[in-house]
Write a protein that binds this ligand. Structure first.
Ligand SMILES: Nc1ncnc2c1ncn2[C@@H]1O[C@H](COP(=O)(O)OP(=O)(O)OP(=O)(O)O)[C@@H](O)[C@H]1O
Ligand SMILES: [Mg+2]
Length: 291
């Protein structure tokens, strides 16, 4: 049975005909993102794959309220956030959005615990007073309670990324944005980190948007999109499948795009990237056959 899982609910994120262009020193316009339509609901896990330079980080920066679009609309929780001041956007970002980066971005001179506590310094009074306890709980959740007092340099890459995941999630964000979260990790470690991120996001009903070069990582999502020269295509569409299989550098070598589609990623996604696909039932997260 196919039902709209979130009928009547306001989507967490809604992008309508979103564009991002920049004027180059030559005075030419570079159209980095063109006409992006995308809806992300609470609990969604969306993956975006695309070759280097296709606009993935630019898109993530728009979703994360770091950058502003040059055209179209971006609604966060039903509200047009493009008109808000930088300060209001920063507050929204801190309260509702967690980031995970490829290079972990941990503070080197701070322990794992202090790193995870850091976002609580800017949280509500309640979050502030509970910061150590919340951070310890989160470190425990990622399996690192016993490493809480270590400096990041004493931790392995996978452990550092788990600390970064704990830091991203400690304020219970409603949206988690991950830019190549497994890019600096070996395959097995990357898969473990990704499965953990997916699981914690699901437990807290947060939405997860993962940018990745790795089709295996994308296969964990409910819906996958290809970003190709600034245009977003659902991976189920023929265009995306052709473009993906023709694209060197975003094939993991372990998984072909056909497998990705057959594994049910975006199985019932619509032909356009516009609506939130009721793909949830078709592709339960982290299903065993994704590996
Ligand atoms: N502020 C800017 N001024 C000029 N060009 C920009 C600007 N921001 C991004 N670009 C260009 O837009 C394109 C998309 O950049 P973006 O960082 O989004 O790519 P990406 O898909 O994340 O690539 P990668 O996989 O290498 O991280 C690139 O060609 C980049 O050089
Ligand atoms: Mg990038």
């Amino acid at each position: 049975m196919v039902t709209a899982p979130h009928e009547g609910r306001i989507p967490l994120l809604e992008l309508r005909d979103l564009t991002r262009s920049v004027r180059l020193p030559s005075r030419d316009m570079l159209h980095i993102l063109q006409g992006i339509d995308l809806t992300v609901e609470a609990g969604d896990h969306v993956a975006v794959v695309g070759r280097s330079g296709s606009g993935k980080t630019t898109l993530l920066n728009l979703l994360g309220l770091i950058d502003r679009q040059t055209g179209g609309e971006l609604l966060f929780d039903g509200k047009d956030v493009s008109r808000l001041s930088d300060a209001r956007r920063a507050r929204l970002r801190g309260a509702y959005i967690g980031f995970v980066f490829q290079q972990f971005n941990l503070l080197e001179r701070r322990t794992a615990l202090e790193n995870v506590m850091m976002p609580m310094m800017y949280g509500t009074a309640r979050q502030f007073w509970r910061r150590e306890r919340s951070a310890m709980e989160m470190l425990d959740r990622v399996g690192l309670a016993d490493r809480a007092h270590q400096l990041p340099t004493r931790l392995s890459g996978g452990e550092q990324q788990r600390v970064a995941v704990a830091r991203a999630l400690v304020r219970r964000p409603r949206l988690i944005l991950a830019d190549e979260p497994t890019g600096a990790l070996d395959v097995t470690t990357g898969e473990a980190v990704m499965a953990l991120l997916d699981e914690i996001a699901r437990d807290s009903d947060a939405a997860l948007v993962t940018i990745t070069h790795d089709l295996q990582v994308a296969a964990l999502s409910q819906r996958a999109y290809l970003l190709d020269e600034g245009v977003l295509h659902p991976v189920t569409s023929n265009h995306a499948r052709e473009a993906l299989s023709a694209t060197v550098g975003i094939r993991s070598g372990r998984r072909e795009v056909e497998d990705l589609a057959e594994a049910g990623v975006g199985a019932s996604a619509p032909a356009s990237a516009g609506t939130s696909a009721p793909a949830v039932e078709a592709s339960p997260r982290a299903s065993g056959d994704a590996a």
